[in-house]
Design a protein around this ligand. Structure first.
Ligand code: SF4
Length: 449
């Protein structure tokens, strides 16, 4: 850490430290420095944060202070965001908390809101990585190593590798990303260089055969990243068979990317106003199955991607059990902005009304007409109304292919958020199983096409 000095108008020295952290997820380093800076009385505006570079001694500081567990937990997740300003943002929260501000109780504080959005996005990406990564068994010195490749939107490699290592203590694995790679070797985790791009599983396997051993030998122990409680959920078993041949990078359709950008300026109904952003559909070009839900939820509204919140996580699990690879389907909603009502500081979901579904149908129609999917999976009554143009009783029409007037095929099922709302555990398990059965029927239709 290099320290610059300036002078205040009264002639006192002002230290302006330049902090160089070891890496993008140097939680321990950031925490130690933040503590020293606060105790030395160095204001957030005076500090410059970066990753890598030379370090120097910080100003002397003594004493101690403590922070609330919830603030530490928030910072420990938000620091994994791919956001260059996060170190300074989190330091300013620590600074203000030390000054006695009750930060987390103020729902309207913009810095707290930003940190929460970053943490939310990190959690969603950590889950997404664990859901989407496919492990290939490869040979490594006569034993089996599970090899996965992924492009994370945030710096979630370390936390996920720690979690996977803990859950599968007897498995050797390597997770390769463009930022770097994590290897479980022997009892420990090692981190080393990664791989920018790979076309498919065969190319990944060939790359590993050429370079894997050398990469393992060059890898080193890394810093440890805290595993927040809500990151601590079961990862996919490493040796579950991959869902058929997988092309690792599935590009989105440029026409639909363009439509998604156009939708950011949509004012066709009032829902754009209170929402954070439009949440357009996503999926690879040429997807043959279109899954339609109702509208983005609270987390989707913040993150800007469909089905990444709790309902999306239920859907991911059920898709996996049904043998459907989420990376091959297109997922969207009948309504592209989050409709909610405030209760205290919480945003509670509100069902969109018919006029809003009709207003937003222009975007769903673009997605539908451009994709021309072989099958449209309509999850819940709003999705069914949007596509079928009439009220649909889910219990009466679910679970079978329905031929539409235009020759396309629809399949009605429940929305995964319905499963989250069932209070009775046994009924919830039954309904979840019925949802998986519907997805298995969908898989059979996909395979037969
Ligand atoms: S909900 Fe749909 S129609 Fe309404 S403003 Fe958003 S994008 Fe436009």
């Amino acid at each position: 850490m290099a320290g610059l000095e300036s002078h205040s108008p009264r002639g006192c020295r002002i230290v302006m430290p330049k902090i160089a952290l070891k890496n993008e997820t140097d939680w321990d380093g950031w925490r130690q420095v933040a503590r020293r800076l606060v105790l030395a009385g160095i204001e957030p505006e005076a500090v410059t944060w970066s990753v890598g570079g030379t370090t120097e001694t910080l100003p002397e500081a003594s004493g101690s202070f403590s922070l609330s567990r919830s603030l530490v937990s928030l910072a420990s997740v938000a620091i994994q965001a791919r956001e260059p300003e996060r170190f300074g943002l989190l330091y300013s929260l620590v600074w203000r908390a030390h000054a006695g501000e009750k930060l987390l109780e103020d729902g309207g504080d913009p810095d707290v809101a930003l940190a929460r959005r970053l943490a939310l996005s990190v959690r969603a990406e950590a889950h997404r990585m664990r859901t989407n990564i496919r492990f290939l068994p490869v040979s490594d010195s006569g034993a089996t190593r599970y090899l996965g490749w992924y492009v994370p939107a945030h710096f979630v490699l370390e936390a996920n590798a720690q979690l996977i290592a803990r859950r599968f203590p007897d498995k050797a694995f390597s997770i390769v990303t463009p930022d770097g790679a994590a290897h479980r070797d022997g009892a420990g985790l090692l981190f080393g260089s990664g791989l920018k791009h790979v076309e498919d599983d065969d190319a990944l396997r060939a790359w590993w055969e050429r370079h894997g051993r050398q990469l393992l030998e060059q890898a080193e122990p890394g810093t440890s990243v805290p595993e927040a409680e809500d990151l601590d959920e079961a990862p996919r078993p490493l040796d579950r068979p991959a869902l058929g041949p997988v092309v690792l990078k599935l590009a989105p359709d440029p026409v639909l990317v363009r439509a998604g950008k156009d939708a950011t300026n949509c004012h066709r109904c009032p829902l754009y106003e209170p929402a954070t952003q439009v949440v357009f559909g996503e999926g690879p070009a040429g997807a043959t199955v279109l899954f339609v839900g109702e509208q983005p939820g609270d987390q989707e509204d913040v993150i800007g991607r469909p089905f990444v919140g709790p309902a999306g996580q239920v859907m991911d699990r059920a898709l996996e059990e049904a043998g459907i690879d989420r990376r091959t389907i297109y997922v969207s909603n009948a309504v592209k902005h989050f409709k909610f009502t405030m209760r205290g500081k919480r945003r509670l979901h509100q069902t969109p009304d018919v006029s809003e579904i009709q207003a937003c149908n222009v975007w769903l129609t673009i997605e539908r007409e451009h994709l021309r999917p072989r099958l449209m999976v309509l999850m819940g009554a709003s999705a069914a109304r949007a596509i079928m143009g009439r009220a649909v009783t889910i219990s009466r029409e679910r679970g079978r292919p329905i031929r539409m007037a235009d020759g396309q095929t629809a399949f009605v099922t429940v929305h995964p958020s319905y499963l989250l709302r069932i209070p009775d555990a046994a009924a919830k398990a039954r309904e979840y199983e019925a949802f998986v059965q519907d997805l298995k029927s969908i898989k059979a239709i996909m395979d037969a096409a």
